[in-house]
Design a binder for this molecule. Structure first.
Ligand code: SF4
Length: 699
């Protein structure tokens, strides 16, 4: 820490971790970032959490990839067997020309639907746009996806279906104008910490905070109501709340008539979901359900926030449909302090989705099946038409890889060897690939299986825009150069595309942004220069000087007739129900100190120092029953596999549950998780697996 005189430069950029999108000032001395401070961005207003403030040193970690690498001909068989500090037995250094030729030649040789791509929600909007363009223009199909499939795909499916737009209807900061807020299936104190500070201030001012989560959490201390419902019973609980609103005529008839459709069907559907009956399923007292219904329906302005506790279920789309219906029947959309807000996970998962890094949509969620839409893109790209069929999603691509239908995979900044459900299946698939191209900043678990590795750039080493959970498009700026021969991701994509014969001529990411604007009306009035000068503009922006609309859909919805839709949801049991052999429930998630598969935060001195060891949390009574002391080792076994790790005592976890963070390769949570997916969002059920828990010996 020091003042300006202590640094060679100070550069404003965006925190690379969560979807809050805090603006940061990077303080540089002798070519290294020494210190990070929060600045007055529209989302964070100067605040930062422990990751944003102390989690930047991974950028300078000795494991950074600094040269392109090609797998040695005499390398050991592919597997999770490469030491990132000692990779020479498996790979040899190559020049950029050699590595790019090798990558492109392998992809061309296999060609067509034999090639697929996993892009990244950690890259910039321009890099996400270029990545989907490589697959569509270069191989003629839509088999391109990214980690949105593993986080909010079901929320987006429900929002697109019923509201006509996949993004939030109001920024989270609008909570300052609300008097009631629901936070369900989200743990913002750990996963969106700066957003959580606004939620706590709301409660302090007297706002009623209704927290609903099978796991107790820090926000509980600030809640007017804490509903710790049984895992997987969201639909029964939410339908019971809506039943009360109908029964007691607490709905907003005027709003429903003006702005919605399908109300009578929803109303009839809710009839049987009485709180008394649903209470037996969700475990929440009927009177509490009635009280929550009256509190929410009685609000002047109310918001609903949700996270992956809602989306990562085989009924994730149904869960989200319920939340949308609740907001619609009470008219809580389109006004200050009212709205729907799925808290997006990765720093640029909103932007990467907007940029078309999904198999069913081109940029701005324009369907690939629409001939006019495709031709608008091929006109700009000056290329021939590509498939009108929806492409494969992340888990479908991994199945096709395993089955040998996809033989070449291009992975940019994702880590399916850690992040996919039933991850041993994914690892076996990766080992079978004829040609795996990995573009990353570290030799990740996925890069262990690569044929060629392209060393890329961290957020603080490049220019580019990112879009946070609030729809705020923000400018990221380079503070330090990439290490060694590592390159900016957009440069690598352009060079690869040239070798694939796509004729790309971009020399700067601003040119990519300008091209994106040609077919993305969401970016109207937002220019590269504006973002450079203003730092952030929220979309939609109505004029070249409008900072953007924090609240949307005041006058109707981007659907037919401008009406949002009620879609009734019925109860669907989790796929992997507990039984005699696997009697408990496993749920996975993040911790405050670690980010996703740990490739960045486990290389951060402070963050890994705070949480250095794989762990899981159980209720004290469960540990007592097992005869296990807190800190001792336990074995978790599901139908997919088994891991051993340290057990923690945590009263927030109910006695029949285990909470398991997924950042630790030495006890990878996804060895255990269930690959069953929601039929609409195709998102796996990470939040519910039947599990057996036993005492184990400390290794
Ligand atoms: Fe970074 Fe999210 Fe923390 Fe903000 S809240 S500093 S964006 S991790």
């Amino acid at each position: 820490v020091g003042d300006s005189a202590d640094f060679d430069s100070e550069v404003d950029s965006i925190c690379p971790f969560c979807g809050v999108g805090c603006q940061v000032s990077l303080k540089v001395k002798d070519g290294k970032i020494k210190y990070v401070d929060g600045i007055n961005g529209p989302a964070n207003e100067g605040r930062l959490c422990v990751k944003g403030r102390f989690g930047f040193d991974y950028i300078h970690h000795p494991h950074r990839l600094t040269k392109p690498l090609i797998r040695r001909k005499d390398a050991p068989p592919k597997g999770l067997n490469v030491d990132p500090g000692n990779w020479q037995t498996h790979f040899r250094e190559a020049t950029w020309d050699e590595a790019l030729d090798f990558a492109a030649d392998g992809m061309k040789k296999i060609g067509g639907t034999g090639v697929a791509g996993f892009g990244s929600a950690k890259c910039t909007n321009e890099e996400a746009y270029l990545f989907q363009k490589i697959i569509r223009q270069g191989f003629g199909h839509n088999n391109v996806d990214h980690c949105t499939r593993l986080c909010h795909a079901s929320s987006v499916a429900a929002l697109m279906e019923n509201v006509g737009s996949g993004a939030v209807t109001a920024t989270f900061n609008q909570i300052e104008n609300a008097d009631v807020a629901i936070v369900i299936g989200a743990n913002p104190t750990e996963n969106h910490p700066v957003a959580a500070t606004f939620f706590k201030q709301f409660a302090k001012r007297g706002g009623k905070l209704i927290v609903m989560d099978p796991r107790g959490q820090a926000l509980k201390r600030h809640a007017s109501h804490m509903l710790q419902f049984r895992p997987g019973t969201d639909v029964s609980m939410l339908n019971a709340i809506m039943h009360v609103i109908v029964e007691e005529k607490l709905f907003d008839q005027q709003y429903i008539e003006a702005y919605t459709e399908n109300w009578e069907i929803e109303k009839a559907h809710l009839k049987t979901f009485t709180p008394e009956k649903m209470s037996k399923i969700c475990g929440i007292d009927a009177e509490v359900l009635r009280d929550v219904a009256r509190t929410f329906a009685g609000a002047n302005a109310a918001m609903i926030f949700w996270g992956m506790g809602i989306s990562q279920h085989i009924h994730g789309t149904d869960n989200s449909r319920c939340l949308i219906s609740l907001a619609l029947m009470t008219g809580q959309i389109g006004r200050p302090g009212a709205g729907l807000h799925p808290l997006r996970g990765q720093n640029n998962v909103q932007g990467a989705s907007d940029a078309g890094l999904i198999p069913m949509f081109l940029p701005d969620y324009q369907p690939v099946s629409d001939d006019g839409v495709r031709s608008a893109f091929t006109d700009v790209w000056q290329s021939s038409d590509f498939s009108s069929q929806k492409g494969l999603t992340v888990t479908e691509i991994m199945d096709a890889v395993y089955d040998g239908d996809i033989r070449s995979l291009y992975v940019l900044g994702e880590n399916p060897a850690m992040s996919d459900p039933d991850v041993e299946h994914a690892r076996d698939g990766l080992a079978k690939l004829d040609h795996l191209v990995v573009q990353d900043i570290f030799l990740t678990e996925t890069a262990n299986f690569a044929d060629v590795i392209l060393p890329a750039s961290a957020f603080a080493e490049k220019s580019g825009t990112v879009t946070n959970t609030n729809r705020q498009v923000q400018m990221g700026r380079p503070a330090v150069p990439p290490p060694g021969d590592a390159k900016e991701d957009w440069w690598i994509e352009v060079e690869l595309a040239k070798r694939l014969g796509l004729g790309w001529t971009y020399t700067d990411p601003s040119q990519v942004f300008a091209e994106m604007k040609l077919n993305m009306s969401s970016l109207n009035n937002i220019t590269w220069d504006r973002l450079k000068n203003e730092g952030a503009v929220t979309y939609p922006s109505t004029s070249p000087t409008d900072p953007g609309q924090a609240i949307v859909f005041a006058d109707g919805f981007p659907r037919q007739d401008g009406r949002a839709r009620f879609t009734p949801a019925s109860i669907i049991a989790p796929d992997d129900a507990p039984d005699e052999d696997y009697p408990m429930i496993l749920t996975t998630g993040r911790q405050l100190e670690h980010w996703h598969t740990g490739s960045m935060t486990r290389r951060s001195y402070v963050l890994d120092g705070l949480e250095p060891e794989a762990n899981c949390s159980l209720h004290p009574s469960t540990l007592r029953k097992l005869g296990v002391q807190p800190g001792a080792y336990i074995r978790l076994t599901t139908k997919r596999g088994s891991i051993e790790l340290m057990a923690r005592e945590d009263r927030a976890v109910s006695p029949d549950m285990v909470f398991l963070p997924f950042a630790y390769v030495e006890a990878a949570a996804n060895i255990l998780t269930n690959p069953a997916v929601d039929p609409y969002g195709k998102i796996p059920e990470f939040k519910f697996s039947a599990v057996k828990v036993e005492a184990a010996t400390v290794p």
